[in-house]
Design a protein around this ligand. Structure first.
Ligand code: G4P
Length: 522
């Protein structure tokens, strides 16, 4: 099979949601559909707090597949499915955001009883910024949730994206009857613990379905749906693929109900790997030679095993184990011998892979996040990965001042690797490290001690809201500990606002000063 054909069979996506919306349950149901696991409950609960440091393989091994495999792949209906994990809870980190640079589409799960929640908004913004197609699954219909129309309004208003309901729920909670599947023109009947049944709309008035058809909830829903059809947006695949419209599905991951219909539709609609931007041009998956970029590096917590795994997203050509590639940043040739593919709970050696696939390559410490690997004579580099504004900040010092040199070296290397972000106090020089999640600090502290032999002291500045400033508008006298002025690695000024209140107060008082939210502009 040629590369283009192989690439067109790949569906590489991530599931984004707020903790507890049902990501693990949904992933498990997909693995069941893909025959990767045989029974529900295989994906271990991730709430047993002792496993906060998921990023470390040793610990990962003890965990369920939801975190064991940062990538899961399986074949479904002749398509190769790659699901990338976006860790939440205490594992939330910049890696969660970076993962979104390696997918071709995203499933957003929303808990129907809660509506849109903060972590969903953050992850959604990154998808929107990158124009990634987003498919929405509104979960937990077996419980009394918010009205479907309210939920759609909320998505449109808070996330600023058009919605197109692919199906519409008939009742909810105890009175849940099923869904009207607009896309396949059928009623999917909820039968409690029994399997769902599918009845074409054209047969709903037949004698055997009369009871449901005449049910007041069913009739009310038909009316509601008419309203949606008249007032709602029309479906546009083009807009979906541009990330401007999201198809919305209702169901229950746990029941499971509506999951198979959802997954079948999603998997057909979700785009295969497309062209990727490089610094000069655009590279298509069928480009004759292999290329890819590294979006995540997973270090090993165990001091005896300093080896790391770099996660590479293949963008073009064919990967073959043992091939020689060039690391575009340095021009060095590297043989890709030790490679892994991530199949459910095991890590198998991968011999060949195609655009859309993610492979793990052994990293003796040469790779950086964002690195491009190329075969043959190609010389391009993929666009740099965006940096994601941190949300928590800590001042950092070496416990022992005599270790200043190792301290600086350690910080510089870990910052370069993308483990943590560095800021400098201004005008008084001090080191401030920023992270997206607490896990990054734990990893940072541990690696400084183990790899650079420096114990560090962290002093929390709390959660902050970073806003960048235009150079000409920097006036240090306007800022203090509450609204702290600092510089980033590129010498750009930013203010770390203490909270939303402080930010709004400042905005009101200094309307002339432009405050830039990096998540809005990238
Ligand atoms: P997450 O990965 O997004 O954090 O969510 P997860 O799948 O772990 O689901 C969070 C909780 O919500 C779990 O219950 C899960 O069983 C439940 N849940 C998921 N989908 C549905 C659904 O469609 N309907 C209902 N009613 N519940 C759903 P838990 O009691 O917190 O955990 P567990 O003890 O059952 O594992």
């Amino acid at each position: 099979m040629n590369i283009k054909e192989e690439a067109s069979k790949r569906k590489t996506f991530a599931i984004i949601s707020h903790p507890d919306a049902g990501k693990t349950t949904m992933t498990e149901k997909m693995l069941l559909l893909g025959n990767i696991i045989r029974s529900a409950g295989t994906v271990k609960g991730k709430k047993s707090g002792q496993f906060a440091k998921s990023d470390w393989m040793e610990i990962e091994k003890q965990r369920g597949i939801s975190v064991t495999s940062s990538v899961m792949n399986f074949t479904y209906k002749d398509l190769k499915v790659n699901i990338l994990d976006t860790p939440g809870h205490e594992d939330f980190s910049e890696d969660t955001y970076r993962t979104l640079t390696a997918v071709d589409s995203v499933i957003m799960i929303i808990d129907s009883t809660k509506g849109i929640e903060p972590q969903t908004i953050k992850l959604f913004k990154v998808c929107k910024m990158r124009g990634i197609p987003i498919f929405t699954f509104i979960n937990k219909l077996d419980r009394e949730g918010r009205e479907p129309l309210d939920l759609l309004d909320q998505i449109e208003e808070v996330l600023q994206i058009e919605t197109y309901p692919m199906n519409w729920p008939v009742g909810m909670g105890k009175g849940f009857l099923g869904i009207l599947d607009r896309y396949n023109q059928q009623f999917v009947q909820f039968n409690g613990n029994e399997e769902e049944s599918y009845i074409p709309f054209s047969e709903m008035e037949n004698e055997e379905h009369r009871e449901v058809y005449e049910h007041p909830t069913y009739q009310n829903t038909l009316e509601e749906l008419e309203l949606v059809e008249e007032a709602g947006d029309t479906f546009s695949m083009e807009r979906v693929l541009a990330g401007e419209q999201t198809p919305v599905f209702f169901g229950s991951a746990l029941a499971p109900f509506g999951v198979e219909t959802f997954f079948d539709t999603f998997i057909q609609m979700a785009p295969p790997p497309g062209p990727r931007r490089t610094k000069e041009e655009v590279v298509y998956p069928e480009h004759e030679s292999f290329s890819g970029f590294i979006f995540k590096i997973q270090a090993n917590m165990n001091p005896q095993h300093r080896d790391r795994i770099a996660f590479l997203r293949i963008c073009s050509g064919k990967f073959e184990r043992g091939m020689n590639v060039t690391l575009a940043r340095t021009g060095k040739t590297i043989r890709l011998g030790q490679t892994q593919q991530f199949v459910a709970s095991s890590r198998d050696t991968v011999d060949e892979a195609y655009p859309g696939d993610i492979i793990g390559i052994y990293d003796p410490g040469v790779y950086r996040i964002g690195d491009t690997l190329l075969e043959g004579k190609s010389t391009f580099e993929y666009d740099e990965l965006p940096s994601f504004p941190p949300e928590m900040f800590q001042r950092v010092m070496a416990k022992n001042v005599m270790k200043a040199k190792q301290f600086r070296k350690g910080i510089e290397q870990l910052v370069q690797e993308g483990a943590i972000q560095l800021f400098k106090g201004y005008p008084v020089d001090s080191y401030i490290v920023g992270a997206v999640g607490q896990l990054q600090y734990e990893v940072f502290q541990h690696r400084m001690k183990n790899e650079y032999n420096v114990e560090i002291v962290l002093e929390s500045l709390g959660d902050r809201i970073p806003r960048w400033l235009n150079k000409e508008q920097v006036n240090p006298s306007l800022f203090d500990e509450r609204n702290l002025l600092v510089k980033d690695r590129d010498d750009r000024f930013l203010v770390l606002f203490k909270n939303h209140f402080a930010l709004r107060w400042f905005e009101d008082k200094h309307k002339e000063i432009e405050l830039i939210d990096l998540l809005e502009v990238q």
